[in-house]
Design a binder for this molecule. Structure first.
Ligand SMILES: NC(=O)C1=CN([C@@H]2O[C@H](COP(=O)(O)OP(=O)(O)OC[C@H]3O[C@@H](n4cnc5c(N)ncnc54)[C@H](OP(=O)(O)O)[C@@H]3O)[C@@H](O)[C@H]2O)C=CC1
Ligand SMILES: N[C@@H](CC=O)C(=O)O
Ligand code: NA
Length: 438
């Protein structure tokens, strides 16, 4: 039996995927039954680092998704369009889909999975979150017996690479980002990485799987790493923390205590966070990702591995292709979908607003060097029920004092109200950074 693949995209991930499919020796024997039938690209003239017969490469992507000989469409184009339309067209033509496109799935998952369910085809997306780390399959299958409480992850390789290099060598943000682009980690438009949107797409997908419901992406609170400066990295280090871009999806604790899990609210958010240096996520460096899942009765389990890059991501893409091929081989004439591979959620999860989050905060103020500033800050925070763990004047430069405050666990809404009042104080020059503390 041979399964024919239509590969859309021959960039970083497409090339890695083709390289594995063309070199099956020493890998699972099922790979011998998978053949690249056609490949779609934008430019026929581009030099390629994989040897494919030129006659199978085309710029006519519609011809691929409607080709009756093709069984599985592997979408590795990136971006929203034409990726979304091609996926839907392929589904309408009875093709199974493998995609690495978290942007499309997190926005159009409802439309795509509904169409796939109706057509009786699979849409698999292991590469879309955590690159090569097998976390999607784990949430669908191996962890399926658990009631998931929380997912806390470093799910963007580009920003973790940037933060790690800023911490270890203090390099310039733009230069390090350019290196991440050269290494093939960043999205075509790297603002999706830097502004936390890529991680937002990914945590929305993980939350949907973990909590068995759809997630409205616009309800996911996303902050990126632009505000993280070398100064904050150094202060955080002195305080015993490492700064990481964390993606979090969690059941609201009060509801868990009440065990009313049917009417629960979720927190789903992405933001730079001060992580205690002793926490397992603090030591995840470079392009590596890690996803810490907490479930009942399992407890904690952490997935770790390369979150981006050609070969690592292609490893996940090819495993999805193999999963579909294996199911097709054994399903015979039955068109019933395996429920452990398909996605059939219908309802939307309720997401709590960020103002309800209970967290510790780190905030750095630049103030005029006036007597009593620390007292004003303490009074203002106290008025809004924000209790402080520490308040320290770090230094004085050009008559501007630098003060770092770390709060206890407080309600974010109260903290923001206190900050709004503090901003009005004559003594405040600016508030360059506000970060949450794990
Ligand atoms: N890079 C990574 O580490 C990871 C990427 N992903 C995801 O994988 C997907 C692919 O990423 P990546 O390989 O990095 O992207 P690239 O930009 O390297 O490759 C994109 C490929 O798609 C082709 N393409 C794009 N748009 C069109 C179009 N309109 N018509 C025809 N061909 C088109 C390009 O053609 P041409 O070559 O002719 O320009 C290119 O071959 C994205 O969804 C990304 O988010 C997921 C995990 C990790
Ligand atoms: N741009 C993404 C690629 C993988 O999803 C990242 O940096 O993690
Ligand atoms: Na993955």
């Amino acid at each position: 039996m041979t399964f024919k693949i239509g590969l859309l995209g021959l960039g970083t991930v497409g090339t890695g995927t083709a390289q594995i499919l063309l070199d099956s020796s020493g890998r699972n024997p099922l790979l011998h039954e998978i053949e690249i039938h056609r490949v779609g690209v934008r430019s026929l003239d581009k030099p390629r680092s994989v040897a494919l017969p030129p006659e199978i490469i085309t710029t006519d992507l519609e011809a691929i998704v409607t080709d009756p000989e093709i069984d599985i469409i592997v979408e590795l184009l990136g971006g929203l369009e034409p990726a979304r339309s091609l996926i839907l067209q392929a589904i309408a033509h009875g093709k199974h889909i493998v995609t690495a496109n978290k942007a499309v799935i997190s926005r159009y998952g409802a439309e795509i999975f509904t169409a796939a369910e109706e057509a009786g085809v699979y849409v698999l997306l292991e590469a879309a979150v955590g690159g090569g780390i097998p976390v999607i399959q784990a949430l669908k299958q191996s962890l399926g017996a658990n009631r998931i409480r929380s997912i806390t992850g470093i799910v963007n390789g580009t920003t973790n690479y940037i933060l790690t290099r800023m911490q270890t060598e203090g390099g310039d943000f733009e230069d390090i980002l350019a290196d991440a682009q050269k290494l093939g980690y960043a999205e075509a438009d790297p603002t999706a990485d830097v502004d936390g949107l890529d991680a937002g797409d990914k945590i929305a997908i993980l939350a949907s799987l973990a909590f068995a419901g759809r997630i409205k992406l616009e309800e996911v609170h996303c902050e990126g790493i632009r505000q993280v400066s070398a100064v904050d990295i150094a202060y955080a280090q002195k305080l015993g923390f490492t700064i990481k871009l964390l993606a979090v999806a969690k059941r609201e604790e009060t509801l868990l205590e009440a065990e009313s899990i049917d009417s629960e609210m979720l927190q789903v958010r992405v933001h730079p966070t001060l992580v205690p240096q002793t926490h397992p996520l603090a030591s995840i460096n470079g392009v590596y990702n890690a996803i810490l899942v907490e479930g009942e009765p399992l407890g904690q389990v952490m997935f770790f591995g390369p979150g981006a890059g050609s070969g690592a991501t292609a490893s996940a893409v090819v495993s999805d292709i193999m999963n579909i091929a294996a199911v097709l081989k054994t399903a015979g004439e039955s068109h019933r979908l395996n429920p452990l591979l398909s996605c059939i959620h219908q309802h939307y999860c309720a997401i709590a607003p960020i103002s309800e989050l209970i967290s510790r905060f780190y905030v750095r103020f630049l103030t005029k060097d006036l007597a009593g500033v620390i007292g004003y800050l303490g009074t203002c925070f106290g008025k809004h029920n924000v209790s402080l763990e520490s308040i320290v004047q770090i230094g004085l430069r050009n008559n501007v004092a630098e003060i770092v405050v770390v709060t206890h666990n407080v309600r974010e809404g109260n903290f923001r109200e206190a900050l709004a009042e503090i901003r009005q104080l004559e003594a405040i020059d600016s508030i360059p950074s506000i970060l949450r503390v794990l």
